[in-house]
Design a protein around this ligand. Structure first.
Ligand SMILES: [Fe+2]
Ligand SMILES: [Fe+2]
Length: 307
């Protein structure tokens, strides 16, 4: 294996763990066919039957969530590129990246087929959003391998929660949509487990570097999709619907991941890493305070508060 000298030792030392976790991932392959999930006969021509909101009555936050989640899946080429930039030739992380890309690719395919047949989203709005987002090529670009695996651990978990919760908010009679989002969320779960456990192995190899990376990624974390037109407006609607927002980020993403990495009990940290741990605790406490205030406001007003 040839790795450029400029890359940190972590990338070299982690190679056996990448192989181990890749093999674990491949032991239980998730084989499902996008075309089998769709009720093709339920589709109608958009020319003779133009799209209207009443085709698929659902809360605006749910519609926003389907739109944002699908466009995020569309943006896959740039994520692949970002991960490849940390994957030197001959390193097993490169093989993982190819497998991961293959699995991710079917998400946008199956979701778009369902969206068009069910008419849950305006197809013109969707295509306009896709064109704008993909022509920007905007994705987070972590500047080191440690930052990358911390970021993708949080991101895969967040994506899993977002798909799962969106599925739970679909109309009860949309069994096709519910099944598709459950399949996609199941894939995201496996991706999350790979990255989460790879990061755990990295913590064992280089706890200080990983602590600094974890603190940085929690502090700066943004859901994928910032290149999507009106992303902030959609994000507020999605949070208001109780699908994904700061509450879910804290409860379902940050807390379980940091607990699993056992960041509070890591020993032998450098001075800089200790400072990062303190900073991380401060950021998490701040988020907790905001989430608590939001819950109190919501209880008092009877409405979901998002900031
Ligand atoms: Fe995905
Ligand atoms: Fe994923």
């Amino acid at each position: 294996m040839r790795v450029p000298k400029s890359r940190c030792d972590l990338l070299l030392e982690i190679a056996p763990d990448v192989e181990r976790l890749f093999n674990r991932h491949m032991e239980a392959p998730r084989l499902w066919y996008p075309h089998e999930q769709i009720e093709w006969g339920a589709g109608e021509n958009f020319e003779t039957h133009p799209w209207s909101e009443s085709d698929y009555p659902v809360a605006e936050g749910v519609r926003s969530s389907i739109y944002v989640n699908l466009l995020t899946e569309d943006n896959l080429p740039y994520y692949t590129n970002s991960i490849l930039s940390h994957a030197p030739k001959g390193h097993p992380i490169r093989d993982w990246n190819y497998q991961w890309t293959m699995e991710e690719n079917r998400h946008s395919m199956v979701m778009r087929d369902w969206v068009h047949i069910s008419r849950c989203i305006d197809p013109v709005l969707l295509e306009d959003g896709r064109r704008v987002q993909m022509s920007r090529g905007e994705v987070p670009e972590p500047d080191s391998f440690a930052n990358l695996i911390c970021y993708v651990s949080f991101q895969e978990r967040a994506t899993q929660i977002a798909h799962r919760n969106t599925g739970a908010h679909l109309p009860k009679d949309d069994k096709v949509g519910r099944n598709i989002l459950a399949l996609v969320a199941g894939d995201e779960t496996k991706h999350y487990l790979f990255y989460r456990d790879l990061a755990l192995a990295a913590f064992a190899l280089d706890p200080s570097t990983m602590m600094i990376a974890a603190a940085k990624q929690v502090t700066n974390f943004a859901m994928p999709g910032t290149g999507i037109p009106s992303f902030s407006r959609h994000a507020v609607r999605i949070a208001r619907e109780g699908i994904y927002g700061l509450t879910q980020f804290l409860r379902d993403v940050v807390t379980p991941v940091l607990e699993l990495w056992d960041v509070n009990h890591l020993a032998g940290l450098t001075k800089e890493a200790e400072a990062a741990r303190t900073e991380l605790a401060t950021v998490v406490a701040k988020i907790s305070g905001t989430v608590e205030r939001m819950a109190q406001k919501a209880a008092a007003t009877g409405r979901v508060v998002v900031s």
